[in-house]
Design a binder for this molecule. Structure first.
Ligand SMILES: Cc1cc2nc3c(=O)[nH]c(=O)nc-3n(C[C@H](O)[C@H](O)[C@H](O)COP(=O)(O)OP(=O)(O)OC[C@H]3O[C@@H](n4cnc5c(N)ncnc54)[C@H](O)[C@@H]3O)c2cc1C
Ligand code: SF4
Length: 522
């Protein structure tokens, strides 16, 4: 009797990794099942409400995790079709060529990847075209070579940001346009899917104009008869067969009932924390440390970037609507007076008073939250955190996720902030001259101004790939060394995190693994 619950490929998770892989495999005609623990993001006005999204955390999971001391934390992560790309800022960067080699940081070594930039490059180009990235080559001083131009022009700066860009250039920096996955046509506003609004970063797009994994990949994949999606299907455990080298059962909890599926190929793509947790929860007599974890690396080397949101207050207001168009990479690999990498400077979406309330910011003397929001340039600073085996995801006896994390490599980040401060002091305006800039203020008071542990937006590294099965869980094709039909394609595979946003690398890698799987499946 045919087993209706058997598939050629099962993909668990529909975010940047899983969604993109589904798109790549869909035309093959193979029977493909997507299992997603969340549902579709409801289309409602609250999609664009900063109060609902940022202050009330309406779409964040209500699940609680624990930190190393057992204190509960509420992760700022989202379980929906499309994963966290439904909420992302769509800044779609390539890692730098240097990020694929070993880099010496002030805090230690950022290890090399098992594949080179050259091997990923064609997939980066494909991912940029697929996700309709709008950008401009040749401006970013650290950008790696590319085999094709962006297909869509860069999103323009609004006046205040253009002014800042000019100021930064005068100060000797090379600011550039952020490559963005928003489907905007600035030449034809009437026909443009994107209306350039102020609720993009952190929010789902109410009108479907953001290039997220659902819109760009999952929906088109589902047009193929051979592809199906089951939502609200939380994968609890993977079981292996007698010789332990095949995942033979995918155990799902859906609406309180247990379901079982099987696949010739099983791809885990639940996000770096949940993928590690799933493998750890799947421990058995033949895989006592967790599935595919003979190396004991699963869950370890958790990285999430060192991030700060800093508000530069100026006497002049900042009426910008879509702020996230400018970035600075002059300090990415170091500078004349500091030989180590510092990181990447860019923007978050424009902050408003409701959003600020959620972060309990330090209120600048003489300002209100509302005034601060109206006058601030809201910077997003990213530096690389290094893969420390003790920074890890584990699963407690009661099944709850625990994330133990100690920040490292902070000196470069502090110097990056100082570089930004220095550049801002040189900014100028016609009315107030150099006095316009009033200082840099932290978006929140946690962790000495950095984002709290719960801010797991850039989570990666917990199921690293590599050539040596003693030090990695996945091989260079992202197949588990110890299991023949198990792959992982979310951000877990990163051996180091670089300092630019991770999503494009996850998407490009999913396309690369997709090519490998198409070959394997014949
Ligand atoms: C507010 C915000 C802004 C961001 N901005 C940017 C940006 O501008 N640029 C950028 O590059 N990155 C950005 N990111 C990060 C980016 O969204 C992530 O790096 C990316 O989505 C990670 O892809 P992934 O495939 O690893 O996981 P996800 O996209 O998180 O997908 C994982 C999927 O697995 C599902 N899942 C989890 N557990 C299970 C289970 N047990 N069973 C079934 N399904 C499961 C989840 O519901 C989810 O759909 C941002 C993130 C956030 C939250
Ligand atoms: S309309 Fe454009 S700017 Fe607004 S959320 Fe959608 S993609 Fe982002």
């Amino acid at each position: 009797m045919p087993n209706n619950n058997h598939y050629d490929v099962i993909i668990i998770g529909t975010g940047a990794g899983g969604g993109t892989l589904a798109y790549q495999l869909a035309p093959s005609g193979k029977k493909i099942l997507l299992l997603e623990r969340g549902d579709y993001v409801p289309r409602e006005k609250d999609n664009w409400s900063t109060r609902a999204v940022n202050l009330e955390g309406k779409y964040n999971t209500k699940e609680a995790w624990r930190d190393s001391e057992g204190k509960e934390l509420h992760p700022h992560t989202n379980y929906f079709v499309g994963g966290n790309t439904k909420f992302y800022g769509a800044a779609l960067f390539r890692l730098r060529k240097e990020d694929f080699g070993e880099i010496r940081h002030h805090g230690g070594i950022s290890p090399a990847w098992p594949i080179s930039y050259e091997e990923l490059e064609p997939h980066y180009t494909k991912a940029e075209h697929l996700y309709q990235v709008h950008g401009k080559r040749g401006e970013d001083p650290t950008e790696p070579w590319a085999s094709a131009p962006y297909k869509y022009p860069a999103v323009s700066h609004e006046q205040r940001i253009q002014h800042l860009s000019d100021d930064f250039e005068r100060a000797g920096l090379r600011p550039f346009h952020v490559p963005l996955g928003i489907r905007i046509d600035e030449k034809n506003q009437q026909k443009s899917p994107c209306i350039r609004c102020n609720t993009c970063d952190g929010h789902p797009c109410l009108i479907g104009a953001k290039s997220d994994a659902q819109t760009i990949c999952v929906d088109p994949a589902l047009q193929h008869e051979n592809v199906s999606l089951v939502t609200n299907a939380r994968v609890m455990r993977l079981e292996t067969n007698g010789n332990a080298r095949q995942v033979s059962k995918v155990i799902v909890e859906r609406n309180g009932t247990r379901e079982e599926y099987s696949g010739d190929i099983v791809v885990v793509s639940c996000g770096a924390v949940n993928s590690a947790a799933l493998l750890l929860r799947s421990a058995s007599d033949s895989h006592p440390n967790g599935l595919a974890n003979g190396s004991d690396v699963v869950g370890r080397h958790y990285m999430g970037h060192i991030n700060s949101v800093l508000m530069a207050l100026s006497k002049c207001p900042n009426p910008t609507i879509f702020q996230k168009t400018l970035a600075v990479n002059d300090f990415y690999l170091g500078s004349k007076d500091w030989e180590y990498p510092m990181g990447h400077i860019s923007f978050v979406g424009k902050l408003d008073a409701d959003t600020l309330k959620a972060g309990a910011p330090a209120i600048a003397p003489g300002w209100t939250l509302d005034l601060m929001a109206k006058h601030s340039l809201d910077f997003w600073l990213t530096s690389e955190d290094l893969p420390d085996p003790n920074n890890r995801v584990t699963v407690d006896r009661d099944g709850q996720i625990r994330v133990s994390y100690k920040l490292n490599n902070v000196e470069g980040h502090d110097r990056l902030k100082a570089q930004l401060q220095k550049a801002l002091k040189q900014t100028n305006c016609d009315v107030h001259g150099h006095e316009c800039h009033q200082g840099l203020f932290a978006r929140n008071l946690y962790l000495g101004q950095r984002l709290p542990l719960a801010a797991v937006a850039h989570q990666n590294g917990t199921v690293r790939f590599g050539d040596d099965p003693k030090t990695s869980a996945l091989d260079r094709n992202c197949k588990a060394h110890e299991v023949d039909n198990l792959y992982v394609v979310d951000a877990s595979f990163f051996p180091s995190s670089g300092a630019v946003n991770p999503a494009l690398t996850i998407m490009a890698n999913a396309l690369r693994v997709g090519d490998h799987l198409l070959e394997r499946l014949g």
